[in-house]
Design a protein around this ligand. Structure first.
Ligand code: ADP
Ligand code: MG
Length: 329
């Protein structure tokens, strides 16, 4: 058995180091390049889904505008995901910004605040005052998934850059590049399917795509490539279980569907909803109820995101699907 030693996490090893290595996001990147070149940079917000290059881009900017020997003194990187340490976040920013006033130092400084949408509104108000008061040589880059969680007075002080999910061809291109660098042996006849499966599980999140590639290698899935295994390690239903489930749904067999569903191991409910969404067309749903079902799936997704029991919610969905399926006669 070949033993694959994972020395390094590939998402870090292949983190882009220059603007040109950032895949897609052309509009944002071109504008950012101009700002960096002009030396006149506004405060900024990078917003968009996970794994699209926001943090990487912020780090590239910092590297471009701050001299190497001053990097640690003049760049502050904070992650606001840990709300317990919110006071720490606030104090660190204050300290960093004020250090300026004391020393009378007017060198450019950058504050990168990752996951800024986790900051409670009240603390955002404090942050807003810090941004307002701080001198013009300190630039903030706030990073978030959901810009609607950032208060308006902060948004209005920043240039907003939107990062989009990466399209299939870009994800696959990057995965192929990494595979080549790592000299992976992917069975030729399955290579395309493999990359497509990685794209499918990634949902446009390049971090997830790269992690799944590395996990496939670590678990030695490449030697005897079975795409169902790739789906399973990513928390998706394997092909045959999905087919079985679809069949029981089509025959309006609630008990059968429930049995299949409760035996699924390590189910990721959002992935499950995605797979159901993709197969909705095969389910023979009354066309007049199609839209209703889609909005019901959205509702279930929301409830789960708010902490409702995933199993109960999905069983409710199965019931609703079955109620709306036509049986061909
Ligand atoms: N647009 C991109 N171009 C190149 N690599 C990317 C891109 N987006 C994500 N990645 C890969 O995914 C990893 C995580 O990216 P990151 O910039 O942290 O994403 P985000 O902050 O948007 O969640 C990076 O290290 C890199 O390997
Ligand atoms: Mg990030």
């Amino acid at each position: 058995m070949s033993c694959t030693l994972i020395e390094e996490i590939w998402v870090e090893k292949y983190r882009p180091q220059t603007f040109n290595e950032i895949v897609s996001q052309n509009i944002a990147i071109n504008n950012l390049k101009d700002f960096v070149k002009s030396g006149n940079m506004p405060h900024m917000i990078f917003t968009g889904p996970a794994g699209t290059g926001k943090t990487s881009t912020a780090l590239i900017i910092a590297k471009n505008v701050i001299k190497k020997q001053n990097y640690f003194a003049n760049v502050l990187e904070l992650n606001a995901s840990d709300t317990v340490r919110m006071d720490y976040v606030r104090n660190a920013i204050k300290g960093f910004v004020n250090q300026n006033l004391v020393v009378g130092d007017d060198a450019l400084k950058v504050v990168i605040l990752d996951e800024a949408d986790n900051i409670p509104k009240q603390v955002q108000q404090a942050l807003r005052r810090i941004i307002e008061k701080t001198s013009s040589n300190v630039k903030f880059i706030l990073i978030c998934n959901y810009i609607n969680r950032i208060i308006d007075p902060i948004i209005s002080r920043c240039a907003v850059f939107r990062f989009a999910k990466l399209p299939e061809e870009k994800i696959i291109e990057r995965l192929k590049f990494i595979s080549k660098q790592e000299k992976l042996q992917i069975p030729q006849i399955q290579a395309n399917e493999f990359y497509e499966a990685l794209f499918f599980v990634s949902g446009g999140d390049l971090r997830k795509a790269i992690n799944t590639l590395q996990m496939s290698v670590a678990l030695e899935l490449l030697d005897n490539l079975d795409l169902n295994e790739v789906l399973k390690i990513s928390g998706f239903l394997d092909g045959s279980t999905l087919e079985k489930l679809i069949k029981t749904l089509q025959s309006k067999n609630f008990e059968g569907a429930r049995k299949i569903f409760i035996t699924i191991e390590n189910l990721d409910s959002r992935n499950f909803l995605r797979q159901i969404m993709e197969r909705l067309g095969n389910l023979n749903i009354e066309s007049s109820n199609y839209n209703k079902i889609i909005s019901f799936i959205g509702e279930i997704d929301y409830r789960i995101s708010q902490g409702a029991d995933a199993k109960i919610q999905i069983l409710a969905l199965i019931g609703e699907l079955i109620r709306n399926i036509k049986i061909d006669t």
